[in-house]
Write a protein that binds this ligand. Structure first.
Ligand code: SAH
Ligand code: CA
Length: 214
């Protein structure tokens, strides 16, 4: 979901780096073969994630929610030459496709693609992360945050996607709130009240909440 007018968005895309042919191919194949292609990060958000990653220059990235690999490839662009990205997804049906994309990106040896429930996998990772991207099931955002916060170095970042939840975070008086919206609302409040981080909610696409660990 975009909150800015289509023509402005197009102007922004026209003045941002083009989408790499592999990322275009991932978008095409995801639309053709995979359910819920709207979960793809897309051109502008992809370039923003890549730019943020280049600014951070992470040695260790953790991505929670690989899907078809689009955001992961964008984030991995900013890794240091000796850097490694872990990316976790519970959906193993996508694995052959995703492995092929990581291979084509020349990233197979720098991306550790872990299949399973992130809630179980994260505690087994013995790493200190410079950058964490949270983009899996919304209901567990607060749990992911709690699981990763002690694994992020001081000065490291946790970036969480879809925190505006198509605008559903704006609740009218008396309106019913569904489970996912409730989870996102509670998550945003939790980060806002957490003295361990500085945070800014960027109105990029569906909302990126950037938290920097003090
Ligand atoms: N980051 C991707 C989109 C992720 S979509 C991009 O921007 O291109 C969300 C993904 O989270 C889905 O692929 C889904 O399978 C995964 N997911 C949902 N629950 C999960 C869990 N408990 N553990 C790991 N992955 C999960
Ligand atoms: Ca997302």
């Amino acid at each position: 979901m975009d909150f800015i007018p289509e023509d402005i968005l197009k102007y922004c895309e026209d003045h941002s780096d083009k989408e790499h042919p592999l990322l275009l191919k991932i978008t095409r194949e995801t639309h053709a073969k995979v359910l819920m292609p709207r979960m793809l990060s897309g051109h502008l958000q992809g370039r923003i994630l890549s730019m943020m990653s280049h600014m951070i220059r992470p040695k260790r990235i953790l991505e929670i929610g690989t899907y078809t690999g689009y955001s992961g490839i964008c984030l991995a662009e900013g890794l240091t030459p000796d850097g490694i990205m872990y990316t976790i997804d519970i959906n193993d049906e996508l694995a052959p496709m995703v492995n092929r994309f990581f291979e084509e990106a020349g990233l197979s040896d720098r991306i550790k693609y872990l299949l399973g429930n992130a809630l179980e996998i994260i505690p087994t990772l013995e790493e200190t992360f410079d950058l964490v991207f949270v983009d899996a099931d919304k209901i567990n955002y607060a749990k992911y945050y709690d699981l990763v916060i002690d694994k992020v170095r001081p000065g490291g970042y946790i970036i969480s996607d879809n925190v505006l939840w198509s605008g559903k975070v704006i609740v009218e008086a008396g309106q019913k709130i569904d489970k996912d919206t409730r989870a996102i609302l509670d998550f945003n409040t939790k980060v806002q009240n957490d003295p361990r981080v500085e945070n800014v909610l960027m109105p990029i696409r569906d909302g990126l909440l950037v938290a920097r660990k003090k």
